[in-house]
Ligand binder design. Structure first.
Ligand code: PLP
Length: 382
């Protein structure tokens, strides 16, 4: 049976060119970039080239790119790296952030920024929440359950206004904007100055690169307190022998993703529209969650009233269709998704919701098969 993979928001297969870029660092070019003999110096040179490529892909400078083991670590370094310096200050995080932002924020003073019923930040509410103690605002670029694209540019303007005002009123506290862009790389422009971010987390595992590989963009002048200390690698922000293979995988995946993002968006958007159209006809009671217009192409969150999402997901798996109940990371927990509850869904409705996330290798026929199976199972469960 051919398996149809509809969980690209959880993981993507590694692209062949990405794998090729990684392979030399497992064998011939295994040396430690801190070693001072020729092979070590060569490794250092290559690491810095990889860092430069990564930086260029997001419009940053090399010294602003910190390699991490994925977006969770990048998010933690961003949030904890800022908040540990200012224990009396406060962070504002959107209520639909990934756990890897929410959990570190919970270690400090923080409040959540509410979202509307489509999962979009309410700018007025954010503005009201900002006060003299706000040091960090963290809003993801693309939500992992709904696909909602946040108005980061507008948020950045708001943050800049506060920063300007502080110059005049003697408040020395920094005012920083962080964005978790882990779900955005295949489809959206990640140019850091166009987005207006001070800190941005990325991972390779969602953009056809390796897992446990990511980066934190740290704008020049932004100070962080490191979490992992030791040999002082990564500008002192993340000690440990550098993982050249992981970094090379990230750089190559990011370059390809950003180069292809327009055509990729079109292809995936066409497939998703087809899927939505089929669902509308085959399962008229199905409701699509999130914003109809401000939504990344790959994510489709569907509520089918009266259905148990865990059961349906397992039945779909048996039928060869792989999808998710909420996000993969929270699936092991019993609580209903915090994201779905933030947009106003009851626990019961949230438990009737599945997430389908599309990717590069899918065909129209795959989508049609998935819709047909979903419709068949939904009808037989009734
Ligand atoms: N942030 C978002 C929005 C995600 O979707 C994920 C992964 O699901 C992460 C962070 C965590 O990424 P990683 O698994 O690379 O740590």
């Amino acid at each position: 049976m051919k398996r149809i993979y509809l969980d690209h928001a959880a993981a993507t297969p590694v692209n062949t060119r990405v794998l090729e870029a990684m392979l030399p660092y497992f064998s011939k070019q295994f040396h430690n970039p801190s070693a001072t003999y020729l092979a070590g110096r060569q490794a250092r040179k290559e690491l810095e080239e990889i860092r430069h490529e990564t930086a260029v892909a997001i419009g940053a400078k090399s010294a602003e790119v910190i390699f991490t083991a994925g977006a969770t670590e990048a998010n933690s370094l961003a949030i904890q790296g800022v908040m540990r310096q200012f224990p009396h200050a406060e962070a504002l995080v959107s209520s639909i952030e990934h756990e890897s932002v929410l959990e570190p924020a919970r270690l400090f003073k923080h409040r959540e920024i509410p979202v509307d019923d489509q999962g979009l930040i309410i700018l007025n509410k954010l503005s009201d929440l900002i006060n003299d103690k706000t040091v960090l605002v963290s809003v993801m670029l693309v939500n992992n359950e709904l696909g909602t694209i946040q108005p980061l540019r507008e948020i950045s303007e708001l943050v800049s206004e506060v920063r300007q005002a502080r110059l005049g009123n003697g408040n020395n506290l920094p005012m920083l904007l962080h964005s978790d862009a882990a779900q955005a790389g295949n489809y959206l422009d990640l140019h850091v100055s166009r987005l207006g971010v001070d800190l941005m987390s990325l991972n390779a595992g969602k953009i056809y690169g390796p897992k446990q590989s990511g980066t934190l963009y740290v704008k020049a002048g932004v100070r962080l307190r490191p979490m992992v200390v030791g040999g002082g690698q990564e500008f002192g922000l993340r000690s440990g022998t550098e993982n050249l293979a992981a970094a090379a995988g990230l750089a190559t995946a990011l370059q390809i993703a950003q180069r292809r993002r327009r055509e990729e968006s079109k292809k995936i958007m066409d497939l998703r529209s087809h899927f939505e159209e089929l669902l509308k006809n085959m399962i008229p009671q199905a409701v699509i969650n999130g914003s109809p217009t401000r939504r990344a192409p790959h994510i489709l969150s569907v509520t089918i009233p009266g259905q148990d999402n865990e059961r349906l997901m397992m039945q779909l798996d048996e039928a060869g269709i792989q999808c998710a109940v909420g996000s993969a990371c929270s699936a092991a927990r019993q609580e209903a998704s915090h994201t779905l509850s933030a947009i106003g869904l009851s626990d019961e409705t949230a438990r009737s919701t599945l997430r389908f996330s599309l990717g590069r290798h899918l065909t129209k026929a795959d989508i049609e098969k998935a819709a047909t199976e979903l419709s068949r199972l939904t009808a037989s469960n009734r």
